[in-house]
Design a protein around this ligand. Structure first.
Ligand code: XMP
Length: 323
């Protein structure tokens, strides 16, 4: 009988036998799959595992710090955390086309990951032989994966999207599993609930949620608004009832009033959807009072945003993300 406990025992034995005394690297994104894979492989391999975390400067508020604290300080996993935000932002300067953003982010990620691997090779005195990934069954069977069909509309770059020229042997412990099974395994391995229940987050991160040019200032505005929305969803027990929820910063400024002063600031859109697999989605009927509260907090607390709107479009014909 399949149980999370028996799976963990079997995988640990299998991975140990396969890896021997070689070294394994794993690209950690902070999402459910790579996080649970990291903890499982660490159980099996200890110091023979190094996780590589690339901070592309496009993550949500506090996310990079949380990944580092959780995996390095709490789980004591060897973690190479690379702050590449300056490089990503420089390359994204003046880029407004969504697919162009994805291309640049995907290529830059691979470059930074390769550099980190070379650095690690020098530190270890030999090249890591294995690359571990948190690939799930739906990712393997592309046709039932939400990434598959929509990839023709948006090319999806993820941490898994490393080029073959990197030449590693691949370890994919979750190849036959679904998300819920990985969550159950993660729970048993004491991966924090916030990680296990986190909404899906696109590889290109906030770059596809800052519509128009991506700058540090605009990313910071979006981060603040998004953090308020997520915090309130959690506080009201609504977070787990939606497939995804996030804020989007529009490249539009509108007139507002603050005290006696006229303001001319950005608009932020709030997006929350229900969905089974991301292929189709409906806008979430969040309570009006809740939306009013979130809007109030955002326009009062985030200097630079003076208007919030709620996205009431379904997929299709809209998509979940705005870009
Ligand atoms: P759309 O916007 O196409 O999104 O309705 C469907 C799901 O895919 C996520 N998404 C991405 N994930 N890289 C990713 O890894 C991407 O470029 C990307 N674009 C969209 C989106 O968040 C939703 O869960």
């Amino acid at each position: 009988d399949w149980t999370p406990a028996s799976f963990i025992e079997e995988k640990i034995a299998e991975v140990r036998a396969r890896v021997g005394n070689e070294h394994v690297i794993l690209g950690l994104s902070g999402g459910v799959d790579s996080s649970v894979a990291a903890v499982l492989l660490h159980r099996a391999l200890g110091g023979q595992l190094t996780c590589i975390f690339v901070d592309n400067g496009l993550l949500r508020k506090g996310e990079a710090a949380q990944v580092i604290t959780t995996f390095r300080d709490h789980f004591h996993i060897r973690l190479k955390a690379i702050d590449a935000s300056q490089l990503f932002l420089t390359r994204l300067r003046d880029v407004v086309d969504p697919e162009q953003k994805r291309k640049i982010i995907g290529a830059t990620f691979i470059e930074v990951f390769e550099q980190a691997t070379e650095e690690l090779t020098r530190e270890l005195g030999r090249r890591p032989r294995f690359l571990a990934q948190g690939t799930l069954y739906p990712d393997v069977i592309e046709s039932v994966s939400f990434r598959g069909p929509s990839a023709t509309i948006k090319t999806h770059h993820n941490v898994g999207g490393l080029p073959e020229k990197l030449q590693f042997e691949i370890i994919e412990p979750f190849r036959e599993l679904f998300k819920d099974e990985v969550r159950a395994i993660g729970r048993l391995l004491q991966v924090p609930e916030v990680i296990l229940h986190r909404h899906p987050f696109p590889g290109p991160g906030l770059a596809v949620r800052v519509i128009g040019p991506v700058t540090r200032e605009r990313l910071d505005l979006l981060r603040e608004a998004d953090a308020i929305f997520i915090e309130e969803l959690q506080r009201h027990g609504l977070y787990d009832q939606v497939w995804q929820a996030f804020a989007v910063l529009l490249p539009v400024q509108t007139v507002g009033v603050m005290g006696d002063e006229r303001t001319y600031e950005y608009v932020c859109a709030l997006r929350a959807v229900t969905s089974v697999d991301g292929m189709t989605a409906d806008w979430a009927r969040l309570p009006h009072d809740f939306l009013a509260h979130v809007s109030n907090r955002i326009v009062n607390e985030v200097r630079g945003i003076n208007r919030a709107v709620y996205d009431i479009s379904s997929k299709p014909p809209a998509t979940i993300e705005w870009e």
